[in-house]
Design a protein around this ligand. Structure first.
Ligand code: AMP
Ligand code: MN
Ligand code: MN
Length: 315
């Protein structure tokens, strides 16, 4: 059921024990929104903690409280008054939703493709990041931004907007970011941390870019990472930023081996609706940034995604 921000604030206010979670393969917005809200709720005297069912990439070690994020333990159940699922619909949280017995479940998201399966959903697809929603939520709850909260929320807004360059950046995004800078967020430290890669990761990514393939008369640029190369290309962070600068591209994407006959596709566009393409494969996202998982052998998966993109672009 869709609810208003005031109703979401009331549900949170009524709860004492709160578990926060987000999507697997966590990014800046998923970690920033859960951790930022956790710090705020603790300051309100609540028992709040974050559970994420995946490894946390080491670039996020600059975020205060990052070492307090736990993974659900198999066979171990948790109870809470409230489970808050941020930046994703319930089904992409790994084992968290099934291992938490919560009286209520609140979903806070900005993905237009959200399946609306949650008991309570506050959805704002006009916002660039879930952290931007959490900014407003804290305001509605009458709270102030501590440096810890602000650092986490700033990071999520920065990563989901390509450091305030993508078209999802609005005056509200900039005002919220300004609120965070005002309490002392060190934005350059965050920018440096988010871009950090090991030497090996840089070399692997350079190799991946060297293998870029062009389609649709230059309107599509793609990198395909098979099982063998997936072992070297341990991070894809920044890969699509390198492809999108290629002149004439409308859609850029990579397809990377995850498990046998399982490939992750991550797409970016300059206007074409890639979330519609992702939804064909049961994925989702935003118009200009979306992803999905394709269950097929390498060649078939490659053909399937190229066919779907070709239909979208009429090429
Ligand atoms: P990514 O390419 O992984 O950075 O994701 C781009 C956008 O698409 C993000 O907003 C993701 O939350 C969303 N997304 C990526 N993969 C999936 C998926 N398998 N299902 C639903 N949404 C996804
Ligand atoms: Mn996310
Ligand atoms: Mn997000």
């Amino acid at each position: 059921m869709k609810i208003t921000l005031d109703e979401a604030a009331k549900i949170i206010g009524d709860a004492q024990t709160i578990i926060l979670t987000s999507h697997i393969r966590p990014d800046g917005d998923s970690i920033g929104s859960t951790l930022g809200l956790m710090h705020f709720l603790r300051a309100q005297g609540k028992d709040a903690r974050v559970l994420i069912d995946d490894e946390i990439p080491r670039i996020f070690s600059v975020l205060p409280g990052i070492d307090q994020i736990a993974r659900p333990v198999e066979g171990q159940r948790c109870t809470a008054d409230l489970l808050i699922v941020c930046d994703v619909e319930l089904k992409r949280t790994g084992a968290v939703v099934s291992s938490v017995d919560a009286v209520r479940v609140l979903n806070i998201d900005h993905h237009v493709t959200n399946d609306e399966a949650a008991e309570y959903l506050y959805l704002n697809p006009d916002y660039a990041a879930t952290c931007e929603i959490v900014h407003d939520l804290i305001r509605v709850m009458g709270g102030a931004f501590s440096l810890e909260t602000a650092t986490c929320l700033y990071t999520g807004m920065a990563t989901d907007t390509g450091f305030f360059r993508f078209s999802n950046t609005t005056p509200h995004t900039m005002r919220a970011a300004a609120d965070f800078l005002e309490v002392g967020v060190q934005q350059s430290k965050i920018a440096i941390a988010m871009e950090m890669k090991s030497y090996d990761e840089v070399m692997a990514q350079a190799n991946a870019i060297r293998n870029v393939e062009m389609f649709c008369g230059g309107r599509v640029a793609a990198v395909f990472i098979d099982e063998m190369r997936a072992k070297e290309v341990t991070t894809t962070e920044g890969l699509l930023d390198a492809l999108r600068v290629i002149e004439g591209t409308q859609i850029v994407f990579f397809m990377k081996w995850l498990a046998p006959d399982t490939y992750r596709v991550s797409m970016r566009s300059k206007g074409a609706n890639v979330s519609r393409i992702a939804q064909r494969f049961d994925g989702g996202g935003h118009i200009r940034a979306a992803g999905c998982t394709i269950l097929a052998p390498f060649d078939a998966a490659k053909q399937a995604i190229l066919d779907a993109i070709g239909e979208e672009l009429n090429c």
